[in-house]
Design a protein around this ligand. Structure first.
Ligand code: ADP
Ligand code: MG
Length: 237
């Protein structure tokens, strides 16, 4: 335990919560299936970044998480990789439809980046990813969602539009990610986020990532996460 404590201190890592799983040092430690390990190797990701070392085992254990780390620290893979495992663990039910994983991001650029990252790791598993954000034809997105997918990456406004058009239901959604939560609040998406969260079953796993934790985001986190582990990497304002 002392080595873990020293390691965290050296990287300005703070972790709080009950029964926190030990951090990993390598991707092998995560117990990922072979296809996923191959996809990781293809990205030339040699070892997990500090936030990934902490977050991967927490998320893989099914816990909710608040991840606070600056831009460029590798937050995307820390929710995308466990999401693939989460989806592969679901039984394939013929009649079930709608995404298992839903990721909300503040802008279309960020949603698109996450979409690309999710595609890289899901392709080999036959997991379908749809991107839902403004600037693309609503009809095309409607058709794509109707065709079915396991992962949706969306900006909150457009996702609400699609739900209203009945392009998707979230009855099967058990993995929700709010990425760059502080920026989504800055852009005024709090009502849309609350509406989306309200439509997802309460026994879901919820992940919230943010570069900063203003009071409003803190309040949301308290309301929508269950027994989260909180991981902060670096000095965050
Ligand atoms: P954040 O969301 O924290 O801003 P990203 O997830 O966008 O960061 O990652 C930043 C960059 O680091 C991306 O180009 C990504 O491909 C790369 N990256 C992520 N994880 C690793 C890793 N384990 N090893 C090397 N590069 C990585
Ligand atoms: Mg990011």
């Amino acid at each position: 335990e002392q080595d873990v404590a020293d390691y965290r201190k050296s990287l300005a890592i703070r972790v709080s919560g009950f029964d926190v799983p030990r951090p990993v040092k390598t991707f092998e430690d995560c117990g990922f299936p072979g296809e996923l390990m191959k996809a990781i190797a293809k990205q030339a990701y040699e070892k997990p970044t500090p936030i990934q070392c902490q977050a991967l085992p927490i998320v893989l254990s099914g816990r909710d998480i608040i991840g606070i780390a600056k831009t460029g620290s590798g937050k995307t893979a820390s929710f995308v990789l466990p999401m693939i495992v989460h989806i592969m663990d679901q039984p394939e039910l013929e009649k079930e439809e709608g995404p298992i994983g839903v990721i909300c991001a503040p802008t279309r650029e960020l949603a698109h980046q996450i979409y690309l990252e999710a595609k890289k790791f899901s392709k080999a598993h036959g997991i379908r990813v749809s991107a839902v954000y403004g600037g693309m034809s609503k009809l095309e997105q409607f058709k794509e969602l109707k065709a079915g997918c396991e992962i949706v990456v969306a900006t909150p406004g457009r996702l609400i539009d699609m739900i209203k058009m009945k392009a998707l239901t979230m009855t099967r959604t058990t993995y929700l990610v709010l990425d760059e939560a502080d920026r989504m609040f800055d852009l005024g998406f709090e009502p849309q986020i609350r509406s989306i969260v309200g439509q997802i079953r309460p026994d879901r796993q919820t992940l919230l990532f943010s570069a900063t934790m203003p009071r409003k985001v803190e309040k949301l986190a308290r309301e929508i996460l269950s027994d989260p582990v909180r991981v902060t990497v670096g000095e965050v304002g």
